[in-house]
Design a protein. Structure first.
Length: 239
């Protein structure tokens, strides 16, 4: 596909991801002709993330762009900064850790645009080949969220997330933290959007550690934060 005809903007938050960037670049170059743009967000990194991205863009004729955020306010803030910057008609985000392969985002895009009445659709990944331990945490949060909001939600944090740009107006008040994915799904369902699930193979991280709860302690902290946000979001939706 000619990139000028593609309507897809992919947003990828990069927080201290210098070790993962070379492999990420390699994979992005393979899909760039399928994209309108790819926006890498340096989300307040303290390593060489920005410099590495800048050097890559300088030395390659590609659709990859860099958006710098000086201070890390949170995962949600970084992604929403990219969402507001994006110019494509269809917007997606995934992660720089390559646990979800960028080529699966492009596959999801073709699946998404093949659907009729696409303006009231939102797409999310459905992770395959995950560890049992990880699936248990995910299932627990899905059950709690579904019960509280009286809507069916599964695999909340799976990537990619994808929607048409006219959905942005519904998520302008998105949270700055890791609750973003839950917020987006709840908003979509409350606005009578249909959620499509697209299967993706979930891989181990190549380098570094998860920012959102990779080990047991991290998952417990993320669970507590999410439970707190579920309570807050439920209150806000009632007012």
């Amino acid at each position: 596909m000619n990139k000028n005809k593609s309507t897809l903007s992919i947003i990828i938050p990069c927080y201290n991801e210098q070790a993962n960037l070379p492999l990420l670049f390699e994979k992005l170059l393979k899909i760039q002709l399928e994209c309108h743009e790819i926006i890498l967000i340096d989300n307040g990194s303290t390593d060489e993330t920005s410099q590495i991205i800048e050097n890559f863009i300088k030395n390659n004729n590609c659709c990859i762009k860099l958006l710098k955020i000086k201070k890390n306010i949170g995962y949600g803030h970084g992604i929403m900064s990219g969402v507001r910057k994006a110019s494509g008609q269809i917007i997606a985000w995934t992660h720089a850790d390559l646990q979800t392969d960028p080529k699966d985002v492009v596959k999801a895009y073709h699946f998404f645009i093949s659907k009729k009445k696409g303006s009231n659709l939102i797409l999310k990944g459905k992770r395959k080949k995950r560890k049992l331990f990880d699936n248990l945490f995910t299932s627990l949060m899905s059950i709690i969220s579904s019960f509280v909001f009286k809507i069916r939600i599964s695999d909340i944090n799976a990537q990619p997330k994808m929607f048409r740009r006219n959905f942005i107006k519904f998520i302008e008040d998105a949270p700055d933290d890791f609750s973003l994915d839950l917020f987006v799904l709840v908003k979509a369902l409350k606005k009578n959007y249909t959620i499509l699930e697209f299967p993706v193979i979930f891989k181990n991280r190549y380098y570094g550690h998860s920012k959102g709860g990779g080990n047991l302690i991290g998952k417990l902290k993320l669970t507590l934060r999410t439970l707190s946000y579920i309570k807050k979001l439920r209150h806000n939706l009632k007012h």
